[in-house]
Write a protein that binds this ligand. Structure first.
Ligand code: AMP
Ligand code: ZN
Length: 457
């Protein structure tokens, strides 16, 4: 079996990936807060961890990997949007989830096994808060429940800081009901104009972090293999998830391997809604960038490095994909090449895997190229419509016109053997010919292979 190695941000070393149960490899990725279209930065963890999902399925078997990615559908940004627009929250979150699916599908991302919505797990969050209070890791105060960070000695281990450093370095919210400035909110009171649920602490809503602890526990159990998300989530979100989950389920260890993607940047700054320097995936799709091209550009840089989106990279990706699509037209994909699997297994070296695809293309290993590209979610028929819309080049169009003229001549000359040979040749190459009153019309079927036309003249 292929040995996978992953850089575990928790231990800061590249480690052999050994799943707890190879028959059920489990991964949790923090998903979007659903109040607006996903921007290109939000797509980075989706594409990166989709590629990891594909690799895990390849190595352990498609039925032996469980991938959970949540929707955060309770959040003050959503409440603000509801207040601004006068629309019901559920309308906003349903619409945004629909957009998210459409946009991430366009990037060739497989749907995770489970996509839980936070609001479907309120009862589990309340139960976890109660457990944390009972175990002495949380306390209720003024309608809030707070996690007591001093009760968890490992707090700060993931991000490599001590609680005292964090207090010195961070802008922490000082509230009179907090025992320590670093204590964070598990539950907070809701007034009537905010969404709220009944709880032992009054009507309220969850703090952000508890949802991932509750959903991962419910769907993956107290201990699972991989937890991933953007590096911006390492602190405080992931630090807080670890504190909550490890204290609620002592001895479980929670997630074994932590993976963090670096940020997509615009002129050296993180792309983010709050900085306003963002464009959405939908913007790019509408400008005519195929989803497959966006995916290719994202995979060209290793996930652990910051990356920029540039039009030049997209143009080059488009030319490469177009060339490769022509090359593999009509080819039955083989199993992925060992060199591509090895690159991905080496901490998801997607840039190295793409370099191997170039090698396979230059060596003319068309079946290997098709099969290996599929492991990266590239060159799959479902993503290829863009390459066909552009149509064949002028030389191919000329050739088809000449062949149609030859067929018409053969018919006039009653050379039916020749006419049938041309008809069969078109079918084999993937040219669909329709005879109309105005003459013959043709279109190209998926998998069109220009080479098969060449011997026909
Ligand atoms: P959010 O909806 O802001 O919670 O973000 C959803 C996911 O996108 C999280 O995994 C973030 O870490 C990730 N993310 C946000 N901005 C960027 C960015 N500029 N580059 C890469 N990932 C990002
Ligand atoms: Zn999370």
């Amino acid at each position: 079996m292929t040995g996978i190695r992953l850089f575990n941000t928790r231990t800061r070393t590249k480690e052999d990936f050994v799943p707890i149960d190879p028959a059920n490899v489990r991964m949790y990725v923090c998903g979007p807060t659903v109040y607006d279209r996903a921007h290109l930065g939000n797509a980075r963890p989706v594409v990166v961890f989709d590629t990891l999902f594909r690799l895990l399925r390849h190595v352990f078997g498609a039925d032996h990997v469980t991938y959970v990615r949540n929707f955060t559908d309770v959040d003050d940004k959503i409440n603000d949007k509801a207040a601004q627009t006068g629309r019901p929250i559920r309308d906003i979150t349903d619409e945004t989830i629909g957009w998210y699916h459409a946009d991430m599908d366009a990037l060739g991302a497989l749907r995770p096994t489970h996509e839980p919505r936070a609001t479907d797990y309120i009862a589990q969050m309340i139960a976890m808060n109660e457990t944390l209070i009972q175990r002495g890791h949380a306390y209720a105060a003024e309608g809030h429940v707070l996690f007591d960070v001093r009760s968890f000695p490992d707090y700060g281990r993931l991000s490599g800081r001590s609680v005292d450093d964090m207090i010195a370095g961070a802008r922490v919210e000082v509230a009179p009901f907090k025992r320590d400035p670093m204590d964070f909110v598990l539950w907070k009171p809701s007034s009537d104009d905010h969404p709220g649920w009944d709880s032992p602490w009054g009507k309220g809503r969850p703090g952000w972090h508890i949802e991932c602890s509750a959903m991962s526990f419910d769907l993956l159990g107290p201990a699972f293999d991989i937890h991933a998300g953007g590096i911006d989530l390492q602190f405080p979100h992931h630090e807080n998830e670890i504190a909550q989950s490890c204290c609620a389920h002592p001895g479980s260890g929670f997630a074994r391997y932590w993976l963090h993607n670096e940020m997509l940047q615009v002129e050296g700054k993180k792309m983010s809604k709050s900085l306003g320097n963002f464009f959405t995936v939908r913007d790019l799709l509408e400008q005519g960038y195929p989803g497959e091209v966006i995916r290719f550009v994202q995979l060209s840089t290793h996930y652990s490095r910051p990356m920029d989106w540039t039009a030049a990279k997209a143009e080059q990706a488009e030319a490469t994909l177009r060339k490769w699509r022509d090359l593999i037209a009509g080819v039955e994909p083989s199993v992925p090449s060992a060199s591509v699997v090895a690159a991905l297994a080496d901490d998801l070296n997607t840039a190295g895997a793409i370099a191997e695809l170039h090698r396979l293309a230059s060596e003319g290993d068309r079946a290997g190229l098709a099969g290996s590209a599929a492991l990266l979610g590239l060159l799959e028929p479902s993503l290829g419509a863009w390459a066909e819309i552009a149509g064949p080049d002028a030389a191919v169009s000329d050739l088809i016109a000449q062949l149609l003229a030859a067929r018409a001549e053969a018919r006039v000359a009653k050379d039916f053997a020749r006419a049938d040979k041309l008809r069969d040749g078109f079918a084999a190459a993937g040219v669909v010919v329709k005879d109309t009153a105005a003459g013959a019309e043709w279109t190209l079927a998926p998998g069109f292979d220009a080479d098969k036309l060449k011997g026909l003249l």
